[in-house]
Structures are given as structure tokens and as C-alpha cells.
Design a protein around this ligand. Sequence first.
Ligand code: NDP
Length: 451
Amino acid sequence: MSAQEHVDLEGFIEGVKRRNPGQSEFVQAVTEVAQDVFPFIDGKEEYHRWQILRRIAEPDRVVSFRVVWQDDNNEIRVQRGWRVQNNNAIGPYKGGIRFHPSVNESVLKFLAFEQTFKNALTGLPMGGGKGGSNFNPKGKSDHEVMRFCQSFMTELYRHIGADVDVPAGDIGVGGREIGYMFGQYKRITNQFTGVLTGKALEYGGSLIRTEATGYGAVYFLANMLQRTGSGLEGRTAVVSGSGNVATHAAEKLVQLGAKVVTLSDSEGFVHDAEGFDQAKIDWVKAHKTRRRGRISEYVGEYKQAEFHAGKTPWCVPCDVALPCATQNELLGADARTLVANGCTGVAEGANMPTDLEGVHVFKEARILYAPGKAANAGGVAVSGLEMSQNSARMSWKEAELQAMLETIMRDIHERCVEYGNGDGGYVDYVKGANIAGFKKVADAMLAFGVV
Ligand code: NDP
């Protein structure tokens, strides 16, 4: 990188920091993308002149609103809700809704920014958005969750629509919450449209949407390994999280012959050295979703396993690692431990689970490392297919959707290789994903002029 480029990049990042005070997650996400995009646009005058990256890094709009609801003790509770519509150059805004106490504007802006590149990578016509609330569904009754979701949608409905913005689930938002929000949208607008994805099959959902993010991340990992003449058969895998993405990633890993030895939640991780089989994964799914339990209770059911409170699973030796819980859950020191223990492949099921230092460790070690915006795009891809099915008033069969998901993940892998291929055959998947995603959105923006 030349001195001039370096100044430009630094100046750009300084500007992002200045305009977004206290929004560290957003600055982190923009920095990671800018580091790859600046060298790419060097000499491509139109991207500079039209200020394309600067415009993508400024959300089209951020809607913030009050969400008032009543708990089971008739107390009035006040939460904050947001919808960040980052960019709709290539299609309606699309991205999940997160309910978690850690949600704030910075987190949602980073997620909406990332989503813009991820959605472009899928090859489907979807822009980038994200929404959520600092509401904590943990420990709430079904009725409380329902009242909250209804109140949230009573404001959100003004800002979304099947051709405007189509939210989906994310952390803390699964089938139950989508059902309550869809019901309220339908009640207020008197319209039955595909305004949300991740719906149940009975009212317009798509087969394999639930599985798609976790399965897709494993397909991506398998594609990376295959390119180097290797595979998942017999590999030991460490997975974090125990929600939608983690359990389905674990399921697909087991189906493809890998041995999954960990799952986790925000209280710690479970190490089952015998490996999780389908029956154990089914137990975790039922325990975390239907019973809304904790992963620590796994060791009461499966006595050979150990629970490590307050710890993340990256210290367990493995061949491949899949962080599938949340952002910044894998730090530089964890990355060094993984590499030292012989880990050769990392595929991110979660969004930005590895911090910037960790990313550099993986890149320096030249291991296979797939960022979330590429590896976890299978979820939003099948959401895109759910939108198509809703518009056409039809539904595809499971085998058809499975084949489409596998093809989409293979195509994303190829796009990353095209733009990330470096010396000695090493592929920088972060660079590949950032540039491929940027180019598609940027070229659409160029076509629109200054808007
Ligand atoms: P779920 O709510 O189903 O599960 C989240 C899991 O992560 C739970 O095990 C949860 O533990 C754990 N977790 C949450 N916050 C923390 C934290 N601060 N520290 C440690 N563990 C934590 O969410 P999903 O599985 O849907 O989402 C997981 C990740 O995947 C997120 O980054 C999300 O943005 C990303 N993603 C999801 C997609 C989807 O289709 N669902 C699509 C693309 C990306 P606990 O129960 O203790 O909170």
C-alpha cells in the first residue's frame, strides 16, 4: 500500500470515528471493509469521485422509537426499538431483528452495514438493513413476549413493506417472535404480504429457512477445504453458541462426518469429548428453544460432558472452529490459541465474532478463514427465496431449496476466491468478500447518480 493510500484510508477511518462517536462496533466493521476496498478502488476514479464507500458507510436512515409494553405484574415497561436501513441500491432493505440487552445503535449500524455486503454476495436482489431492541426475552412469559412484539410492530410497520424493507429473525427473535410480529402487521395493515421472513410454514414460511444459516456456514467451510484437497470427514470441530445457527451448524457438521465437541451460551461452554450426535443436538435444540433452558444443564443429561463456566470454547484443540454466538466472542488471544492447537479452518456463523486482532492472526497464519458476511449468508439467501415464493404464491420442495442453498454457497465461495486470490494460492476470504460485495453495490449506485 502506498503512503498516499495509507493517508487516505486513515483519513477516511478518522472521519468515520468523528461522525459516529462511541459507536465502536460500527467503526470496527467499516474499518475492516475499508482496509480492503481502498486498495481495490485505487486508480478507479469513479468510485472515488462519487464517494461510494463514504455513502455506503452512512445509513440511508436510522429510525429510533419507544416501545411501551405491560408485564405480567401490570407494570409499564419502556424499551427502545430501532430499524437501520443501510442501503437499498440492489433491492429492498433486508436483515434481521435482534432482541438482546446489548442492542444499541452502534451494534445495529454495524450489522446493517455488514448485511449490505452479505446480501450482495448472495447474488439475490436484496439491500441491507437490521433492527432490534434492548428488550431481553430471557425469563419473560409467552404473553409478555407477545405484548412486546405487538408494541414493537405497532411502530415498525410504518417503515417496512414487502418491496420496502423485509425483516427476519436474529438473536432472541425466532419463530415465536416472528409469528407475533407478523400477526400484528397483518392486523394493522389488513394485508397478507411477505413482509417478514423466517415465518412458519403454515403462513408463508420456506422450508430449510431455519436450518439455512448453520448449514450454509458448513457448506462454505467444506468448499474451502475441498479447494485445498481436504474435507470435513473425521475432523474435530469446536462450535460456540447453542441457538439457531450453532445447533444447525453442528447438525450439518455431524452429517458430513465431523466430530463436534463443544457448544456454548453466554454463561460458558460444554465440552463433550465423545462428540454431539443428532440425538444430543436435538436435546439441545428442544432445551434452548422449547424449554428456554441453559447449556450448563446439558451435563445433567449427559454425564460424561463437562461445563466450563464463564469460558469460551476456543481453548479446546480442534481442526476447525465455527463461532456461532455473537460479535467479538473470539479475540486475538483466542485466535492464537486456535492456531497453536492446529486449527486450520474457521467459518463464522455469527456476525463479526472475531475481533480485528483475531482476524489478523488468522490471516498471518494463512489458515482458511471465512468471515460471517460470506459464511453465514445462507440464512438471508433462503430468506430471499422465501420472498420469491411469497411473491409468486408458491412453495418449493425441500430438495429444491437444499440444492439452491448449496449452489448459492458455492457461488459465494467462488466470488470470494475470484477477488481474494493471492500469492501462493492463498485466498484472503475477507478481502474477497469485501470487494465482491462492494463492487456489486457500488456499480448499482454509480448507475443512479447522486441520490
Ligand atoms: P439465537 O438467539 O438463536 O442464539 C444465540 C446464541 O448465542 C445463544 O446460544 C446465546 O446464548 C449466545 N449468545 C448471545 N449473546 C452472547 C454473548 N454476549 N456472549 C456469549 N454468547 C452469546 O441467535 P442466532 O443463532 O440466530 O444468531 C447467532 C449469530 O448468528 C448472531 O451473530 C447473528 O447475528 C448471526 N446470524 C444469524 C442468522 C440467522 O438466520 N438466525 C443469519 C446470519 C447471521 P444465551 O442463550 O446465553 O443468550
